[in-house]
Design a protein around this ligand. Sequence first.
Ligand SMILES: [Zn+2]
Length: 345
Amino acid sequence: MSGITAKERFIRCLEGKEVDKVPVCSVTQTGVVELMEITGAKWPQAHYDPESMATLAIAGNEVAGLEAVRFPFCTTVIAETLGCTFNEGSIDTQPYQLDFPCKTKEDAEEFLLPDSLADSRRISIMLKAAEIIKNKSQEDIPVIAGMIGPASIAFYLCGAKNYLRWCITEPQLLKRLIKLGTEVCVEYANLLFERGVDAVVIIDSEAGPDLLPPPLFSELVFPEYRSLTANMKGHSILHICGDATDIMDQMADSGFGGLSIEERTDLSYAKSIVSGRACLIGNVSPAATLLSKPADQIKKEAKQCIRDGAGILAPGCGIAPRTPVDNIKAFVASRDEYYQEVSTR
Ligand SMILES: [Zn+2]
């Protein structure tokens, strides 16, 4: 298996095939202030300008050493396309939501998707960025695009209060929004695949047990994941924040090649549930570890993740903007050190 490229290795992992060593990358956001300063591609501009977005994303690979180019750096593209409004954030804070379209049941009953996603402002920026990244990044490095998933889309559209209330009182209405979310994800993901993106990450934390009781996950979300993964024409990963243990079994049956989990989900226990059904991705803490601990501690925790069964070594969630690039480099280096230590034991 010598001579395998980082891209081939990454894709083999998502296909459940054997690899020489686990890839080390981030399937969640990679924009850190130090990379913004090195490249001149800074937030908030890098969320809205395809050239800046591509430059900052590529730096995560070429400067920090992560074995993938991952974009964008926020979770607002679909939500803004569907009518939510956002404050654009700053160099070290992500954009945050100001307003949403489905304030009442009637709003949610009547809500319709825009005619052309490809021509909408934010999605056309993403498609352009995908083209630039494919042109400028190294050919043997996988390109990963992130987007929110069906439950998150419903959450953004109707706001937290309605979401939490309607999942109990109006499940069919919430289901309607989740279904529309699936439609958007399929169409948008396929537009990205057409532009050469190797994998999409569906970030759908609002489907997780922290917000949605697992029986409602089975009823409202799981069938949508099956439809989503059946209709996307490329590799896909599901990311759920928080403790996802209670839905891990269904996540493994949902058709995603990779499952990205946070450190609050116990990796070795998740591995025992998922077994060979999907590649587990994670789960070094971005805040408690990558941002704040010394290199030797980062390496120790990262190596433990590989021992615990990570099929792709990655942060448990988005990298914090103030994370030093040297910490990311130490994280990347831990993977090769792990294999050196194993071979000399
Ligand atoms: Zn997360």
